[in-house]
Design a protein around this ligand. Structure first.
Ligand code: C5P
Length: 237
């Protein structure tokens, strides 16, 4: 029986609690949904449960394919047990197709397909609006080492290959996504989550968005779209 201890941190969609084991934490997926650095917020019924199950499926698949993750097991419909990591304060984004912030930032045409996946680092800092940073900032401000930077890039790109395949096999395109890493016992391990809240997924046939862009752009049926993706991937909700 896992005991829910002190609240360690509360993000926009998840809360993290201590457990009776100091090396393991309880991650609670809430229905809360936010966009534009928290300026738009809503609770979407059922999203916490879908994201918890979606994340477990992806993390287990990655673990089986050589990417170590912090995921241990799902404990309830909305809670999972994870290894405690010392998180690096950076977000690793990979883009296969241009959309979102890169189009605004660089005036790139929406829908442009990258020949090679494009990797970007962002600083995890809500007050600053998660600015784009590069390797030199990470070194200069001691957010990580050269070696950790190389490992994060390598792992993020392996994750891209692994996930593009499973999405493509069921008629979906993984457009872009964000992942975060942490340290444990001298290793760099995948932390946080992989859910439709943190990636863009398009239907191959129709080009329809089936991810958080539905919420950002008021397209409706947000949870229903997450459910469609989960169903296609064989995740039972
Ligand atoms: O907004 P942008 O186009 O840079 O987002 C790229 C990808 O990273 C999207 O899939 C988005 O959902 C994800 N992301 C995220 N959390 C952030 C920033 C981006 O999950 N803070």
């Amino acid at each position: 029986m896992i005991e829910k201890g002190n609240l360690i941190s509360e993000g926009k969609a998840k809360s993290l609690y201590e457990t009776q084991n100091q090396n393991e934490l309880l991650m609670v997926y809430r229905d809360d949904t936010s966009a534009f650095d928290g300026k738009k917020k809503e609770a979407l019924k059922g999203k916490g449960e879908i994201n918890n199950k979606f994340n477990a499926h992806i993390m287990q698949y990655l673990d089986k394919n050589g990417i170590r993750t912090h995921h241990i097991e799902n404990v309830t419909d909305t809670e999972s047990l994870v290894h405690r990591l010392d998180m690096l304060p950076v977000e690793c984004v990979v883009r296969n197709i241009a959309t979102g912030s890169i189009c605004r930032r660089l005036g790139v045409e929406q829908g442009l397909k990258f020949e090679n996946p494009l990797f970007e680092f962002f600083l995890k800092d809500d007050d600053l609006g998660d600015p784009l940073i590069n390797d030199n900032h990470i070194i200069a401000f001691n957010w990580g080492t050269e070696e950790e930077i190389a490992i994060m890039k390598e792992k993020t790109l392996i994750i891209n290959k692994l996930l593009c395949k499973i999405f493509s096999d069921v008629g979906l395109i993984l457009v872009d996504y964000k992942v975060e890493f942490g340290r444990k016992d001298g290793q760099i391990i995948l932390g946080d989550e992989f859910t439709p809240d943190g990636c863009r997924i398009w239907d191959k046939e129709t080009g329809e968005s089936l991810d958080k862009d539905r919420f950002r752009k008021d397209l409706g049926d947000v949870v229903e779209s997450y459910q469609i993706v989960a169903h296609k991937l064989g995740i039972s909700i």
